[in-house]
Design a binder for this molecule. Structure first.
Ligand SMILES: O=C(O)CCC(=O)C(=O)O
Ligand SMILES: [Fe+2]
Length: 261
């Protein structure tokens, strides 16, 4: 808890290995279903299977990632009491916590297409004033600099400017993720760290903490599920959509919805 306030992140035991195993099995079932439809051979070697489906059709893998989120096992993870307890405490003992996820993140060796460069979730969800992220390894432990990189205590700064593009590492790539990239020169003063996160632990981090994907130099595909937990109490909007982008005129609020503090 002190760690979290001071550094913007902490690692805590959260899910049981059984809960994670059930989710992993569901993920494999859905992957195998999708591969069957595509006439691809499912081998039960998850790294090989994911690389194959991604090479043939990355959108087919994206669909698997969406489907698994909406399975009973996915919902069961999101409904974890322990997750709720830790999350609401970090949000300031709020009992009206809104949760999104589990969103699946996949990091393929020697590939940039599914990675995120330096960013802060605050820039993705600018209407939200109090939220945390929960980063949870599945399938493998994430020790020895194989988790995610964070800029220590960068959450103390309210806002970082960023550049928005599709690609990675300053290169346009239509098949890569959209980046809201915080340039290196704006975070030069922060120390960086890649925390160890064991299989039954979760890395909790502040919505404003600057972070990025690691370069996967191993020979295994790395899998993570991520939740975002929001306390909407002080948000100046009636919109329930955490991912709503401002200024697009698609979902305007009402005048005078101002929190009186
Ligand atoms: O795990 C990764 O590669 C990036 C995760 C991330 O950016 C997030 O959880 O917000
Ligand atoms: Fe992120």
């Amino acid at each position: 808890m002190d760690n979290f306030k001071e550094y913007g992140f902490c690692v805590k035991e959260t899910f049981t290995k059984r809960e994670l195993k059930n989710f992993e099995e569901t993920f494999k079932d859905i992957l195998s279903m999708q591969m069957y439809k595509m006439r691809l051979e499912f081998s039960d070697d998850i790294s090989r299977d994911v690389r194959l489906i991604n090479a043939v059709n990355p959108d087919a893998l994206n669909e698997v990632m969406q489907m698994v989120r909406n399975t009973c096992e996915g919902h069961r993870l999101a409904a974890s009491r322990r997750l709720e307890e830790i999350g609401s405490e970090l949000l300031g003992n709020r009992n009206k916590v809104i949760i999104s996820g589990p969103s699946l993140f996949i990091n393929i060796p020697s590939s940039n297409s599914r990675k995120y460069s330096w960013h802060s979730e605050q820039n993705w969800y600018p209407k939200r004033r109090n939220f945390i992220n929960v980063w949870v390894p599945i399938i493998f432990d994430r020790l020895h600099e194989t988790s995610m990189e964070v800029c220590i205590a960068s959450h103390k700064k309210d806002w970082f400017y960023f550049s928005e593009y599709t690609g990675y590492a300053d290169k346009f790539d239509k098949d890569a993720n959209v980046q809201y990239e915080i340039p290196d020169n704006l975070i030069r003063d922060y120390k960086e760290i890649i925390p160890d996160v064991k299989l039954n632990e979760a890395l909790f981090f502040d919505g404003k903490l600057v972070h990025r994907s690691i370069d996967n130099v191993s020979d295994r595909v790395l899998f993570t599920v991520v939740f975002r937990m929001y306390d909407y109490s002080n948000d100046l909007t009636l919109s329930s959509n955490w991912a709503d982008l401002p200024y697009n005129r698609k979902s305007l609020g009402y005048p005078n919805i101002n929190v009186k503090i």
